[in-house]
Design a protein around this ligand. Structure first.
Ligand SMILES: NC(=O)c1ccc[n+]([C@@H]2O[C@H](COP(=O)([O-])OP(=O)(O)OC[C@H]3O[C@@H](n4cnc5c(N)ncnc54)[C@H](OP(=O)(O)O)[C@@H]3O)[C@@H](O)[C@H]2O)c1
Length: 284
């Protein structure tokens, strides 16, 4: 991950380029809160925005994009299919609803939010194959430049090989030192899938370990910056969320230092298979 900077992009397996860092919008209210967050992030230099139908803030994200005055083609916008909309026809309808709310004619990336069509993540309803078929049509229609998945475990990705004609460009999963998903990361790398790190700040638990604080002091950085840098150096692209200007700005000041191999290993050692979000591994 040498020579990375704020403007660095990586090429997805379909040729589309994606920024290596982005801003998350989970649990940010629609209207002023999300508009302020996104405008602040765009001013700071973020170009990737991660939203979802389930976050109920796509309209505000769309307004912030317009108000920013930044040309559409300079931005990378991701939204996600809500669990309850999984299924062939409903997926085709859902993208149109999201695009209308965002006020866009296309998104750069459309993700299946969760491997089960149940809103209860402990109950598995498998509509993955028919949903993916609709996702492929959405991609071919140009309504999404790229398609992918979120919260897919290795088993779900392997299963896709049996039915997918277009392979997912991305798996967006929970990824931070307390949940260092090494096998999944390796699987994604071997199969040309980008792993994007959601909850890269361990959902705000940046001070859960003294080790992170000690390493941060050593590099004259803060704990959040260490966690974000750890993701980047693993080739897992982080999308930290903050509604505070200062944090939004500091969370992308991560390109002027590098964690040593030794410190990376120490942070890897924090892994406790700790999910702050639901664990998708046991879903059939
Ligand atoms: N695909 C999925 O199922 C899925 C699941 C979860 C998340 N995501 C995406 O990933 C994004 C990030 O995940 P997340 O929002 O769950 O968690 P996160 O980014 O790991 O952590 C966000 C929390 O950290 C705090 N924070 C931000 N910057 C900080 C800093 N510099 N120092 C200390 N605390 C800081 C934020 O508080 P303030 O806002 O008050 O600053 C917020 O409470 C989401 O917003 C969403 O876009 C996707």
């Amino acid at each position: 991950m040498d020579n990375l900077n704020l403007n660095s992009r990586r090429t997805l397996n379909n040729g589309i380029k994606i920024p290596v860092i982005g801003i998350g919008t989970y649990r940010v209210e629609d209207g002023e809160p999300v508009i302020n967050e996104i405008k602040c992030a765009l001013e700071a230099g973020y170009r990737l925005i991660d939203t979802a139908a389930a976050y109920k803030n796509e309209e505000g994200v769309g307004r912030a994009i317009v108000e920013s005055g930044i040309p559409r083609e300079k931005l990378f916008i991701t939204t996600k299919l809500e669990d309850i909309d999984e299924g062939y026809e409903s997926t085709l309808r859902a993208i149109d609803v999201s695009l209308a709310k965002l006020g866009l004619s296309y998104v750069d990336l459309y993700l299946i939010h969760w491997p089960t069509a149940s809103a209860n993540h402990k109950i598995s309803i498998n509509k993955r194959e028919e949903t993916w078929k609709a996702m492929e049509e959405i991609c071919k229609s140009g309504k999404a430049k790229a398609i992918g998945v979120a919260n897919y475990a290795i088993a779900h990705l392997k299963e896709m090989k049996e039915y997918a004609h277009i392979l997912p460009v991305m798996d967006q999963v929970e990824f931070h030192p307390f949940l260092y998903q090494k096998d999944l990361l390796e699987y994604c790398k071997e199969n040309g899938i980008v792993l994007q790190a959601h909850s890269p700040l361990a959902s705000g638990n940046v001070s859960r370990s003294e080790l992170i604080t000690d390493i941060a002091k050593k590099y004259h950085k803060n704990n959040a910056q260490v966690l974000i840098r750890w993701s980047l150096q693993h080739g897992a692209f982080p999308i930290p969320k903050s509604i505070h200007k200062e944090r939004i700005e500091e969370n992308i000041h991560v390109f002027d230092f590098g964690l040593s191999e030794e410190d990376m290993k120490k942070l890897d050692g924090l892994n406790a298979n700790l999910h702050f979000r639901s664990n998708p591994e046991n879903l059939e």
